[in-house]
Write a protein that binds this ligand. Structure first.
Ligand SMILES: C[S@@+](CC[C@H](N)C(=O)[O-])C[C@H]1O[C@@H](n2cnc3c(N)ncnc32)[C@H](O)[C@@H]1O
Length: 188
């Protein structure tokens, strides 16, 4: 092997090592992934609290969390406010985790966790619906929400609204996080 070939191989190896290090060090790019799917990002406890308070939840009511993650919203609603709850998530790992969490919290008899797609889900008996998805998911869900839900049902959403043509009734900030409230209007 001549000297130039050796230098070439050395440079290629150095580049490969550098690229490896860069790929490892690079922070996870949620922005791009968010374009493909809704990632699992749990609501912080104070945000869960604010969502439930903004929805004015009452004992005996039924809450759905569409995309429930580890079940924290429905579990908190059951444990602290006396609601029954249904959490729906597409990810089987989240479903298993949420079921386990409901058991640990002692509310498995009042909290049902289902595996399913929010765009196919049935939630007509909800008094409150919680969302932490994405604005385009909310917008796509809107016709299903308005078709299934009874007038007066409250919808609370963490971070994302439904767009300018359905402004929220209330909006508050928990630190830098937005929480929105809508009430399902009377059917036309
Ligand atoms: C941002 S996390 C919110 C989790 C939980 N609601 C909370 O506030 O802590 C969104 C969740 O929605 C779930 N998800 C995404 N797309 C879904 C779909 N089409 N149907 C059901 N769940 C979905 C994800 O698996 C993830 O757990």
């Amino acid at each position: 092997m001549d000297r130039r070939t050796l230098i070439g191989i050395g440079a290629a190896l150095a580049l490969a090592a550098g690229a490896g290090a860069w790929a490892q060090d690079k922070p996870k790019d949620y922005t791009n992934r968010m374009n493909l799917e809704v990632d699992y990002i749990p609501s912080r406890p104070e945000v869960v609290e604010a969502m439930l308070k903004l929805a004015n939840v009452k004992a005996g009511e039924k809450i759905y969390d569409l995309g429930c993650g580890d079940g924290r919203i429905v579990i908190t609603a059951a444990k602290q406010y006396g609601l029954t709850g249904v959490g729906i998530d597409i990810d089987p790992d989240r479903v298993a985790q949420a079921r386990e969490n409901a058991k640990k919290a002692g509310v498995a008899d009042r909290v049902k966790i289902e595996q399913g797609d929010v765009f196919k889900a049935q939630f007509a008996d909800a008094d409150v619906v919680a969302l932490y998805l994405r604005r385009d998911y909310n917008q796509k869900l809107r016709p299903r929400l308005l078709e299934q839900l009874r007038p007066g049902t409250r919808i609370v959403s963490h971070e994302h609204d439904f767009g300018a043509d359905w402004p929220p009734e209330k909006h508050l900030k928990v630190g830098n996080v937005d929480v929105f409230l809508w009430t399902v209007p009377a059917k036309k």
